[in-house]
Ligand binder design. Structure first.
Ligand code: ADP
Ligand code: ZN
Ligand code: ZN
Length: 742
């Protein structure tokens, strides 16, 4: 590479304003993307600094007109250097333009005045506060009750957290201020954690937690930076382990990023971190405006905070001295980005940790196959917590065979066991959650008599019903006529499953007209605060039953929920992709954890046509290891990730003939590359085939899948495909890449 594109003033607005320089002989091979270099600039050739954004072997203009780079600043410890290097790694690994990768990692600069933080404090003494609380309860002023309850516990609360996470409106706060129950302070005022905890005590870690902390801290102090996987059942005290290690790292003067899936970023979780680390903590989430997000990132850059908590984009917090990254619930699909570059936060965190020489802790009750596989191979160090930290009874899990229900004449969506448990809980005034698992639901065909599912003979995933009544494979495009008679048992009760949350709601209302019902799905959560509003309303016991999609499975604790009904577990089991069983196992295990608390044991009913499926059996037994062993066998047999790797290449465009022609051309080219480069037997190309949703907003979509045991082979093929794509002058065609799609 002889040329370098250099940016002088790095920010979103300037990303396309790069200047090309010649790399002097003596620096060739040593310079890399991200380096901070000095260059002669302008007429007077004044020496200024800039970052290398790209290297190239083609000159953008006549070479003799290019100036030479003067030198590399090797002592630069700038955050930007690491972020640019990270962007480069993301571009190389996941495929995208450098500009898109940079836009992903750089904060959007918005010049707004830093907003002052407001704090709510309790004005009443404890006795007075408690009698006021009773009054609120009597008057059914649930919002006031909630706020007061929290304040009695905490003494003071961050205003933004109260409005955003407790869903308490400013007028309510104002009203309580007028009643002189609370006051709102306009300056920053956090409790200093060093002054001790108002709750009186911090938990004492139990021996299992202690030994994990001790090991990781010991390695840390010896300068060993590792990647750790902490598998611990829900409630086993993982968060306490994280916090103990975090406090060690920040005492050493280093910074910490804590990743939490957006949906679990609840008031309760965030509050625990604030309680422990006070004003050293900041959080971001996707609903913050760019301006507020930018401010939080600026505080991080200036060293005002030590811990940033947030969803996957929190990875790009510009900490100068990052010492530790925590990734909780590492199995969550939301850690994968939908936009180019389609990065996965787990691998990106590994790379970021490498760039900073930081440690990385992954945590989950049900680790992704990917993480557990790597842990068993020794790439990650594995720790386990197998018991709940506080005594809590595990729920009773019942499985209902829907085939049997049908045989015995029950055609309703509620099996007899679920129905009678619902009656029982309602009569006791306890709460119920009904979960319709529609993740990735793509209309598979199954037999209600014998449970048989129509699958692709080549890919071993469920076929999906497609327009025109055909059945189609997501991966290879295999197509066949729909069936009217079950090929397995001859029954005519075969077809698609068409239950939606609305239908469930109607049925519940018919069966239990006296129960009050809340529904949470994409339709009822269109507005910004709908999600929190429904959850807090349910937490306030405004309703007996909450019906919802996977949104309801995570996040909040509902102490009065004693029954979780999973209506048709098969919906995610037959989602038509290779992760269907894994997702189902994770969701069912998680859903089971929602029911019952310390003092009341809960019930969980899993309704399914395939009660013998290993994902369901092992979820019932909460047996991760057995599930892993069966699932990894399936992945190995079919070369699916994490054993092999896959790359989805999507070709999109408004003109379907062009999309057809171009995807065929690209597939042909890739086939040649595979043969020419002797990537050998290990590498396969599948497609092009129609994407599952063939047309979205009048844009046609075709998919090509590449499979290989070797990740680097896929990355190499992607690079070659990108070259072809970049050479394609047709603006009507767009090509995107997705490595190991989730
Ligand atoms: P996880 O993150 O694994 O779900 P948490 O850290 O949230 O688990 O712990 C679950 C509950 O148990 C929390 O209320 C926490 O405060 C409590 N807890 C955790 N560790 C201990 C401990 N050693 N002693 C007492 N309570 C604990
Ligand atoms: Zn059948
Ligand atoms: Zn197939």
């Amino acid at each position: 590479m002889k040329y370098a594109n250099i940016i002088v003033n790095i920010s979103h607005e300037n990303l396309d304003k790069t200047f090309q320089y010649l790399i002097p002989e003596k620096l060739r091979g040593t310079i890399s993307v991200g380096d901070y270099v000095t260059i002669p600039f302008g007429r007077g050739n004044r020496l200024i600094e800039g970052y290398v954004l790209e290297l190239s072997d083609k000159a953008a203009c006549d070479e003799t007109r290019l100036k030479e780079i003067a030198g590399i600043k090797t002592d630069a410890r700038l955050v930007e250097v690491k972020l640019i290097k990270l962007a480069w790694w993301m571009k190389k690994t996941y495929g995208s333009t450098m500009i898109n990768a940079l836009k992903t990692v750089l904060p959007i600069k918005k010049q707004i005045k830093e907003k002052e933080e407001k704090t709510i404090i309790l004005k009443l003494g404890r006795e007075e506060a408690l009698s006021r609380l009773e009054l609120y309860m009597k008057k059914h002023q649930t919002a006031r009750e909630r706020l007061l309850r929290e304040l009695i516990r905490e003494g003071e609360l961050n205003y933004r957290l109260v409005t955003a996470k407790l869903s308490i409106s400013p007028p309510t706060i104002k009203a309580m201020e007028d009643q002189e129950v609370i006051s709102v302070l306009r300056k920053r005022l956090y409790r200093d954690p060093a002054q001790g905890d108002a709750d009186g005590m911090q938990v004492m870690l139990n021996p299992a937690q202690k030994s994990i902390v001790r090991e990781i801290v010991r390695e840390y102090d010896e300068g060993i930076r590792g990647t750790y996987l902490l598998r611990g059942i829900t409630g086993s005290g993982k968060t306490e382990v994280y916090m103990e290690i975090i406090s060690h790292v920040i005492e050493a003067g280093l910074k910490v990023i804590v990743l939490i899936p957006e949906i679990s970023l609840t008031y309760q979780t965030v509050m625990r971190f604030y309680k422990r680390f006070g004003s050293k903590v900041s959080t971001i989430h996707s609903r913050l405006s760019d301006g507020v997000k930018y401010d939080q990132f600026e505080r991080a850059r200036k060293g005002e905070i030590s811990v940033m908590i947030g969803p996957r984009s929190a990875l790009f917090t510009p900490f100068e001295d990052l010492g530790l990254i925590i990734m909780d619930e590492e199995h969550e699909p939301s850690y994968k980005s939908d936009n180019m570059p389609k990065y996965h936060a787990r691998e990106t965190a590994v790379e970021l940790a490498r760039l900073h020489n930081a440690s990385l802790i992954l945590g989950s009750a049900t680790p992704s196959l990917d993480a557990y596989y790597k842990a068993l191979k020794g790439e990650y160090r594995l720790f386990e917590l197998t018991e709940r930290a506080k005594d809590a009874s595990l729920p009773r899990v019942h499985i209902t065979d829907l085939k049997q229900e049908l045989k015995e004449g029950n055609k309703s969506m509620f099996g007899r066991e679920l129905k009678s448990l619902m009656e029982e809980k309602l009569s006791k005034g306890e709460q119920i959650m009904l979960f319709l698992n529609r993740r990735g639901y793509a209309g598979f065909v199954s037999c209600r008599s014998c449970g048989h599912v129509i699958k692709c003979p080549h890919c071993d995933v469920s076929l999906s019903i497609h327009g025109g009544g055909k059945l189609l494979c997501h991966y290879c495009g295999y197509e066949r006529e729909n069936v009217k008679i079950c090929p397995e048992c001859g029954s005519s009760y075969i077809g698609g499953m068409r239950a939606g949350t609305e239908q469930v709601e109607e049925n519940v209302k018919k069966l239990f007209p006296y129960a009050s019902v809340l529904r949470m799905d994409a339709d009822t959560t269109k507005k910004k605060d709908d999600y929190e509003r429904i959850l807090s309303s349910f937490a306030n016991r405004d309703a007996d039953i909450l019906i919802g999609t996977q949104m309801i499975v995570k996040g909040h604790d509902f102490p009065y929920v004693t029954l979780m009904g999973i209506l048709v577990a098969d919906m995610s089991l037959n989602a038509g992709d290779y992760r269907a069983s894994e997702r189902t196992f994770q969701l069912l295990t998680q859903a089971a954890g929602r029911s019952g608390r310390a003092d009341i044991a809960g019930d969980v009913v899993i309704q399914t046509y395939r009660p013998d499926h290993y994902a369901i059996v092992h979820a019932r037994d909460q047996d991760y290891i057995s599930f892993y062993n069966e699932e990894i066998t399936y992945r190995t047999l079919l070369d699916y990730p994490p054993v092999g790797h896959m790359m989805a290449v999507m070709v999109e465009g408004a003109d379907d003939r062009k999309v057809d022609a171009y995807s065929a051309l690209l597939a042909e080219k890739l086939k040649n590359d595979i043969i020419m480069n002797l990537h050998g037997d290990g590498c396969r190309i599948i497609g092009p085939a129609d994407a599952f949703v063939r047309k979205i907003n009048d844009i046609y979509r075709k998919l090509i899948y590449l499979k290989s045991a070797d990740l680097n082979v896929l990355i190499d093929l992607k690079d070659r495909a990108e070259e072809t794509v970049n050479a394609c002058k047709d603006k009507g065609i767009r090509v995107t890449f997705d490595l190991d799609p989730v």
